[in-house]
Ligand binder design. Structure first.
Ligand code: FAD
Length: 444
């Protein structure tokens, strides 16, 4: 723990979680030497699932960078490294320690995106005898309860109506209250197979040397899955890199994003996908800036980029991502217990190794272990399809998805897995179970 502050030099403690790396948050607009910001690498976070090594490295590296940037910006920061002797390995215990040792008068935190942490901080703030305050993360388009308010008295929660409301409310690709081209949705044009010989852009990777953090994770004895090239770590770990990845996507992938959204290819692990989910979910970049930048880029390149490409992309972020968040906050904690088909089978062991003779599964799982990434259709139509047909217990399915992907945070993982992919929610998210036929997978 980097700590060299004298007793009672701080009046306020502000906690920043690993997925709250929003440099644009209004907290940082003013500098107050009496405010102490705290970031913590703790075992309660590393151990609630078997995370992919690249996921733990991604969060730790991004958190460390964020802490350094705050310090450079003249803010006061305390950082708990995973192996620090003073680290009590839980948010609650570390916060109590800081409050006591610094004579803190006020504790502030940002709304967590996970139910588990929301409960932890509600309990903590009830227990604390000092003033406490919770503020918004200033990241999402919607508040936690916005979707509930829209659909509470409706028979069905339809993503398409939510998406249209969002387009209107945020004036995204609209003209005089109507969709820009007269059409809301180009989904039907987002299902092309990849023709042989299509030129697919090389994914932009960042090649960080993360040897030190990998060694520290090993030293701490954290159990992880998957592999990592510690000398050339691929993922963006800062706002600057996230913006770079966004621009790379716009220039190289957006022109064909919509067309090949459903396509799969063994030689290309991300095809025309953005790979922005980690940056978004850690809040290094906001959904609004991604959507605005994408529309801006499309507007100046309309001669080469058809509207179906940009609409397909906007729908994922303005639509699906916010929709999943709304369902999560409406339906948790009950959502986590749902098992509509009463599936009870164990997850096959080869999900953790990729050692199966089934070619599509082998390819999707091996890729996931290697990159901590698979695109939507691999998650939905290959791995998700198999476990649904095999009647695997949704708890085991969730545990796998929550660990393996770099972008897996419960609010967006469980809604996609238990809801969209497994129909364990009995139709809250999807109107029918999502089963992909062999011929569709073959085509794709
Ligand atoms: P792109 O295809 O380029 O899409 C752009 C962005 O749109 C993504 O970065 C993401 O923020 C958003 N988006 C797209 N589809 C969805 C969706 N269905 N729900 C929410 N946001 C979406 N996404 C996660 O962020 N975390 C998860 O843990 C997660 N688990 C999933 C599990 C299953 C079984 C399925 C079917 C999907 C899951 N998704 C999850 C959604 C989606 O697969 C990923 O967001 C996407 O693959 C991330 O890659 P990308 O950034 O290249 O996305």
């Amino acid at each position: 723990m980097e700590c060299c502050f004298s007793m009672s030099s701080f009046h306020t403690l502000r906690l920043i979680l690993g997925d709250q790396l929003n440099a644009k948050h209004s907290w940082y607009k003013t500098k107050d030497k009496g405010v102490l910001y705290a970031l913590m690498e703790v075992r309660t976070e590393t151990d609630y699932a078997h995370h992919h090594i690249q996921k733990v490295v991604g969060f730790f590296t991004a958190m460390r960078g964020f802490s350094d940037a705050l310090k450079k910006g003249d803010h006061e920061v305390i950082y708990f490294n995973i192996n620090d002797a003073e680290n009590k390995q839980s948010f609650t215990e570390n916060i109590k320690l800081l409050i006591k040792s610094h004579g803190i008068k006020k504790f502030e935190y940002q709304l967590p995106d996970e139910y588990r942490l929301d409960q932890e901080f509600l309990n903590l703030t009830n227990e604390l005898e000092i003033e406490t305050k919770v503020v918004d993360t200033e990241h999402f388009y919607t508040s936690r309860n916005e979707l509930k308010a829209q659909f509470e008295d409706k028979k069905q929660i339809l993503m398409e109506s939510f998406y249209r409301t969002m387009r209107k409310k945020h004036d995204v690709m609209m003209l005089n209250g109507k969709p820009l081209s007269g059409k809301w949705n180009y989904d039907a044009e987002n299902r092309k197979k990849l023709p042989t010989g299509t030129s697919v852009p090389e994914p932009l990777v960042f090649n960080h040397d993360v040897t030190e953090v990998v060694d520290q994770i090993k030293e701490a004895g954290i159990q992880t899955i998957g592999t990592i090239n510690a000398k050339a770590y691929a993922w963006p770990v800062s706002r600057k890199e996230s913006i770079e990845l966004l621009h790379y996507f716009l220039e190289h992938c957006l022109p064909q994003f919509g067309d090949f959204q459903d396509a799969m290819h063994q030689n290309y692990w991300s095809l025309f996908h953005a790979r922005l989910s980690f940056s978004l979910n850690a809040k290094m970049i906001s959904p609004k800036e991604v959507v605005d930048a994408a529309i801006n880029y499309w507007e100046t390149n309309q001669d080469t980029i058809h509207i179906s490409q940009i609409e397909g992309f906007v729908r994922q972020i303005l639509g699906w991502r916010e929709y999943m968040r709304g369902i999560y906050w409406w339906k948790m904690p009950h959502f986590k217990t749902l098992n509509f088909f009463e599936n009870k089978n164990p997850l096959p062991d080869w999900f953790w190794t990729g050692e199966t003779k089934m070619a599509c599964l082998k390819s999707a799982i091996t890729q996931s272990l290697e990159y901590s990434y698979a695109h939507h259709i691999q998650r939905l139509m290959v791995t998700g399809n198999f476990v649904l047909l095999a009647g695997v217990d949704p708890d085991e399915v969730d545990a796998w998805y929550l660990g393996i992907y770099i972008d897996a945070i419960e609010w967006v993982e469980i809604t996609n897995t238990r809801g969209m992919s497994q129909f364990a929610d009995g139709g809250i998210i999807a109107t029918k179970p999502y089963v992909s036929s062999a011929s569709y997978i073959h085509k794709m």
